[in-house]
Design a protein around this ligand. Structure first.
Ligand code: LLP
Length: 406
């Protein structure tokens, strides 16, 4: 639960505001973001890497207000599409503090990035190196780049979010010598400047060994190429349920990375570990039928259980109950059986329509991956701090959806 969580009389309070009150004002489902918690987690990364750069992984959750917080705190930003770049601009992030990722950036996205003055483009293919060099030459600028390297490390996470192995759509293989060829190709382009090397081995990683191995391989490659900057990506995991292992802290991860990379300037790209634990998703119970408790959201606002088999927990958030717990399955309102949010969760047996259920660790890859399946509008993100609340992403309406149809 976020740092400012308090329970009074069984009622959840976040940032000094009651969940019941937030549900009344903003409706449900809603993502409640503890701003103090988010800022503290971002600061922990800065403190762990005072002599390097922290690029927040915008894919975890991004909106202009969050961009303003990051800017203010002194973080940089990792974007991976033109859309994320547009949000970075809208939030006023200085372009030189933005890093542009992606395995298939379009020529137009590259042009917009270079025109904007983006700090660094992380090149991901030979095609892209040539494409970017041409755009930069045409615009008369020297564009800084990093080379995305696949170091061949298995991070022991879900296959869909492992990215650093030999067989990957991302980056240039170190073992096959492609990374070395990429360094040569960048060096041969007068409109490009090699700023550093980049690797990102995956996400929701809870063991430090894989990070250390990737750092060691990258440091060795850096030494052979004379490059002095390494960006070792994001990927630090979080605990979603009380049964999950406690993840390493940013300081613990940085200690491992620094040990392997002496003399090099480091950057990291945490997303989930900053945004995830800061946010609670709030739902209202609509029906209780046998073991199934249906809430007014589901796989459209949290596709992670269906996509990755991700486990969550939930708690009654609007009242105290002394009823004995019984195991329930919390499901959404979508038209398929895979629309499950939490499986086999002990909740008070007097759960009833109108109750509020709160799901912690809902800040990363939920609003950012939310969709409109079944034409369900996406929930708002409400930031709470010091007793006040404001929507930093407003609730989508049916009119918003209908606007797309000619
Ligand atoms: N840098 C790069 C180049 C990345 O691809 C990612 C995440 C990050 C940084 C941030 O990683 P984090 O610290 O958040 O693990 N949708 C999946 C996660 C996909 C991660 C994609 N890349 C999920 O819900 O688990």
């Amino acid at each position: 639960w976020p740092q400012t969580t308090a329970w009074t009389g069984g009622e959840l309070h976040l940032g000094g505001v009651s969940a019941v009150e937030l549900a009344r004002v903003y409706g449900t489902p809603a993502y409640l973001l503890d701003e103090a918690d988010f800022r503290a987690r971002a600061r922990a990364w800065l403190d762990a890497l005072p002599d390097g750069d922290v690029h927040y992984g915008g894919k975890a959750f991004l909106c202009p207000e969050v961009v303003r917080w990051l800017d203010e705190l002194g973080l940089s930003l990792d974007v991976c599409t033109g859309g994320e770049m547009a949000v970075a601009r809208a939030g006023g992030m200085p372009p030189e503090r933005v890093v542009f990722h992606g395995n298939n950036k379009s020529p137009l996205e590259l042009r917009r990035a270079v025109e904007w003055g983006i700090g660094c483009v992380v090149v991901d293919s030979f095609t892209e190196i040539a494409r970017l060099a041409a755009v930069a030459a045409e615009l008369g600028v020297t564009q800084r780049v990093m080379i995305r390297v696949t170091p061949g490390v298995d991070p022991h996470t879900h296959a869909a979010i492992a990215t650093g192995g030999e067989d990957s759509k991302f980056g240039f293989s170190l073992a096959a010598g492609l990374a070395a060829r990429a360094v040569e190709q960048v060096a041969a382009e007068p409109s490009l400047e090699l700023h550093g090397l980049h690797s990102h081995i995956g996400s929701q990683i809870l063991e430090l060994e894989a990070f250390g191995l990737a750092a060691a391989r990258m440091a060795e490659f850096a030494a052979s190429t004379g490059v002095t900057r390494l960006d070792l990506g994001g990927g630090l995991g979080v605990a979603y349920t009380p049964g999950d292992p406690t993840p390493p802290t940013p300081a613990e991860l940085l200690a491992v990375l620094k040990k392997e990379t002496e003399g090099l300037r480091l950057a990291v790209e945490p997303g989930r570990s900053i945004a995830g634990p800061s946010t609670v998703a709030l739902y209202e119970v609509g029906t209780v039928k046998g073991r199934y408790v249906s809430v007014n959201g589901g796989m459209s606002d949290n596709p992670r259980p269906a996509m990755y088999g991700a486990a969550y927990t939930a708690a009654l958030a609007n009242r105290r109950s002394d009823a004995p717990p019984s195991a329930v399955t919390v499901v959404g309102k979508h038209c398929e059986s895979g629309d499950v949010l939490v499986r086999d969760l002990p909740l008070p047996s007097d759960l009833r329509p109108g109750d509020l259920l709160a799901v912690p660790v809902s800040g990363a890859y939920q609003r950012s991956m939310a969709g409109n399946y079944n034409h369900v509008p996406r929930p708002p993100v409400v930031a709470v701090m010091d007793g006040s609340a404001r929507a930093i992403v407003r609730r989508e309406s049916e009119e918003d959806l209908l606007r797309l149809y000619p």
